[in-house]
Design a binder for this molecule. Structure first.
Ligand SMILES: Nc1ncnc2c1ncn2[C@@H]1O[C@H](COP(=O)(O)OP(=O)(O)OP(=O)(O)O)[C@@H](O)[C@H]1O
Length: 277
């Protein structure tokens, strides 16, 4: 195959089986999951609870192993955790004894061991300012709100300038107002940095706002990517502008219909591009 035409991230025939109590392999949670993500593309995955979204993200992060299949990023197989991939979990996972700034500096120092203290501080401050936390650099996690803690987690992941950002429902625990503000910020940062992102969400509006493409997973066991939706809306969209886009309602209805009905269908047409019609 011509490597020039390969996507930045390639997932081929991924499957995950857990052993049963008797030690024999159980039914696959998901199987035959194949997709690609282009450099600079933002891809969301949605699907019912338990279909294996977090497992797939953990495999991409290198902290879990697939039973079958391979993942290739930038021409190399993923074989373990790496600073090439930044992960933001559902809960912020900050080190509680460090300030916001020190939490970000910790990752930056690992990524660039040759940086001077001054370089590390300036670089970290820049990313905290980007998520609107320039005023809270010296606060400890216990002094920050849930939304602010999550922003530190996002700044920490972006600051190491990973080749790929993996987000597992990063806004799930936030109130609606904070969630909306951070969604707009993330959209703006991603536009500016052209970061490649894979994100799990349960929120169809969040998926439409943020992504270029949405993967829809059928329910497990034997979950698959049942459908793919291309979000052909302007890249500079915001929450306020989204509702004025005529295509928004078509996409939203399609996603909601899928989650209500089709997520349970087995063998729905793979990778149907609804917007190609
Ligand atoms: N260690 C384990 N042993 C056996 N089964 C497991 C194990 N870890 C996860 N599973 C099962 O794998 C399936 C997929 O879990 P996963 O967390 O990836 O799903 P998910 O789609 O991310 O769910 P949610 O949306 O609820 O976060 C679930 O049915 C879960 O019970």
């Amino acid at each position: 195959m011509n490597t020039m035409n390969r996507p930045f991230l390639e997932i081929q025939s991924l499957a995950k089986r857990y052993p049963q109590r008797d030690g024999k392999p159980g039914a696959p949670v998901f199987e035959d999951v194949s997709f690609g993500i282009g450099r600079g593309e933002f891809v969301c995955v949605i699907g019912h609870s338990g279909c294996g979204k977090t497992t797939i993200l953990n495999i991409l992060a290198g902290i879990d192993h697939a039973s079958d299949g391979i993942v290739i990023m930038d021409g190399r197989e993923i074989a373990g955790p790496s600073l090439e991939r930044g992960v933001v979990f559902q809960s912020h996972a900050l080190l509680p004894w460090l300030t916001a700034l020190q939490n970000v500096e910790f990752g930056v120092r690992s990524r660039w061991p040759d940086y001077s203290r001054e370089q590390i501080r300036m670089h970290s401050e820049r990313y905290l300012a980007m998520v609107g936390l320039g005023h809270a650099l010296h606060k400890k996690p216990s002094e920050l709100s849930g939304g602010m803690k999550q922003r530190v987690g996002i700044a920490r992941a972006f600051a190491i300038q990973p080749k790929m950002l993996l987000l597992d429902e990063p806004f799930g625990a936030l109130d609606a107002l904070t969630r909306g503000t951070i969604q707009d910020e993330l959209r703006a940062i991603v536009n500016e940095t052209q970061q490649t992102v894979f994100m799990i969400t349960h929120d169809v509006d969040e998926a439409i706002l943020l992504s270029d493409r949405i993967l829809l997973m059928s329910a497990g066991p034997y979950a698959r990517i049942a459908d793919t939706v291309t979000v052909d809306l302007p890249r500079d969209r915001t929450r306020a502008s989204l509702h004025h886009e005529p295509r928004y309602y078509d996409i939203r209805n399609h996603l909601v219909d899928f989650l209500v009905d089709k997520a349970h269908d087995k063998g729905s047409s793979p990778n149907k591009e609804i917007l190609a019609s």
